[in-house]
Write a protein that binds this ligand. Structure first.
Ligand code: NAD
Length: 491
């Protein structure tokens, strides 16, 4: 058996093991075998990382100009681009996602660092008119402090970057904790932060297989802001921990995003967008377009097109060039997805295509699945599956379509498929979600805000305003006359 790769954490600029020496193995979901050993840190290591981040804030980093921070961000982006292939392979080993998707993500990732490098030099205060002529009033925008960035197993480096790049632009320091299911790429990435000339302690990465240790970081009194992507249940726990410390928090959580298809839509294009939305990445994206809300007149034709394409999807080795769908990322997730399929059958839904595990390939493979005959009460229609499962429901008029689209506590994303330009914008405006695509799906960019309404989260990542969540605004009052005033009155 091949030797396992080993990874170390980054704390205070040093590559370290857990203080206890404990490690855990991370499994390759395609081979079903462990492929790497990573440190299994405990609360004491988290304390050390938070302490290092605090010291770095009070050190060289804290007095660096925005231009110098921007230069660090650009160098980091360049290093990510130079190391894209190795990082992408690491992500594939850990999460089973396709190499062709991960290399695309990694090649684009540098763009986030260069975008936020630009943003760093636009962070400005204001001069505010004073009601009293003896005062000059202005504001400064200062880093919020130490940020805990807690990330999930799907697209670890992309979702980490959505936190790290604005945090560094703002002048914060960071402790990153990747998911226990896919920690390796973030640990490898940490080495680049050092090479980019970012001072020791500004970027720290810890890994743990213990969720209490993760909670210790989220609720740490030395942390000033928590940035999280993951499940709604964990997001709620993190928001409570942050509230206890009166900390800022941004949350990117789950979704049950609607794909609304009108009867005048280009059905071939819609079928393609639906496949991209729910079968790409094996459906393991927060923005998965998992609810198909389709006009009754085109339901059968669209389901036929999607099922035909689903039948041609090539499942297999995520590293192979022609593979289109890899395995589900880990054992618990695989069991969860299969459980949803059993529930759909038990609730009388119709499996129009797929509906089972794909045996014979090794690893955690699930067939791309199209479920029809669902109702608004069906579990598969209401709950986030986080797997390659599409649930379809019909409508007959626009109001009903909008009502169904919004019939969810989530609000992360959605799409409208129609050739009618008036209707396209009208319906996009009425869907309660943070991102709505018209005749498209699953496009993101560093300069476009992304985040959720309702149970899909708090705050926005990406875009100019993402940096605001990493800044505090300070008002400075300057007395100009040099005189004294009555100390017992205000002003
Ligand atoms: P999760 O929310 O349980 O974990 C996400 C991250 O939070 C991980 O790093 C985990 O270690 C950490 N964590 C867990 N409990 C914590 C706590 N109490 N305090 C601080 N950190 C904590 O998600 P998961 O286990 O990776 O996946 C579970 C489900 O979440 C999936 O089935 C899927 O439905 C959903 N999910 C959603 C997204 C998304 O982008 N919206 C991403 C991944 C998973």
């Amino acid at each position: 058996m091949a030797e396992l790769e080993t990874f170390r954490m980054l704390i205070a600029g040093e590559q370290v093991d857990a203080a206890s020496g404990a490690t855990f193995e991370t499994q390759n979901p395609y081979t079903g075998r462990p492929w790497a050993t990573v440190p299994d840190c405990g609360p004491a290591d988290v304390d050390a990382a938070v302490g290092a981040a605090r010291a770095a804030l009070d050190g060289e980093w804290g007095s660096m100009t925005a231009f110098a921070r921007a230069a660090c961000l650009r160098r980091l982006g360049d290093l990510v681009a130079e190391n894209a292939e190795a990082l992408a392979r690491t992500e594939v080993n850990d999460s089973g996602k396709l190499y062709r998707e991960m290399i695309g993500q990694l090649n684009a990732l540098g763009g986030w660092y260069s975008y936020f490098a630009g943003v760093a030099t636009t962070i400005e205060g204001r001069q505010i008119p004073s009601p009293n002529p003896n005062y000059l009033v202005y504001t400064r925008r200062e880093p919020v402090g130490v940020v805990a960035a807690i990330t999930p197993w799907n697209s670890p480096l992309l979702l980490m970057t959505w936190k790290l790049a604005p945090a560094l632009a703002a002048g914060c320091t960071v402790v990153i904790k990747p998911s226990e299911h896919s920690p390796a790429s973030t640990l490898r990435f940490a080495e680049l932060a050092e090479k980019a000339g970012i001072p020791a302690g500004v970027v720290n990465v810890v890994s743990t297989n213990d969720r209490d240790t993760a909670a210790h970081l989220a609720g740490h009194p030395g942390v000033d802001k928590v940035a999280f992507t993951g499940s709604t249940a964990t997001g709620r726990a993190i928001a409570k921990a942050a509230a206890e410390n009166l900390n800022k928090v941004t949350l990117e959580l789950g979704g049950k995003s609607p794909q609304v298809v009108f009867d005048d839509a280009d059905l071939e294009a819609a079928a393609n967008g639906i496949i991209a939305g729910v079968f790409a990445a094996t459906g393991q994206t927060c923005m998965a377009g998992s609810r198909l809300i389709v006009h009754a007149d085109v339901h059968d034709e669209l389901v036929r097109l999607v099922a035909e394409r689903a039948a041609k999807i090539r499942l297999g080795d995520p590293n192979a060039e022609d593979t289109e769908m890899g395995p589900v990322a880990n054992g618990p997730q695989y069991e969860k997805v299969l459980g949803f399929l059993d529930t759909a059958r038990a609730e009388g839904n119709t499996i129009a295509y797929g509906g089972a595990a794909e045996d014979g390939l090794g690893g955690y493979f699930v067939q791309p699945t199209v479920i029809t005959g669902v109702t608004r009460e069906s579990t598969v229609y209401r709950e986030e599956v986080f797997g390659p499962v599409l649930a379809a429901l019909t409508f007959t008029d626009e109001d009903e379509a909008v009502k169904l689209a919004n019939d969810t506590p989530y609000g992360l994303a959605g799409a409208v498929w129609t050739k009618d330009v008036h209707r396209a914008h009208r319906v996009a405006g009425r869907i309660r979600a943070g991102s709505v695509w018209i005749n498209a799906y699953r496009v993101v960019a560093p300069n476009v805000p992304f985040g959720g309404f309702g149970h899909s989260g708090l705050g926005r990542e990406n875009g100019l305003h993402a940096v605001d969540d990493y800044l505090e605004e300070k008002a400075i009052w300057v007395e100009l006359s040099g005189g004294t005033r009555d100390p017992f009155t205000l002003g």
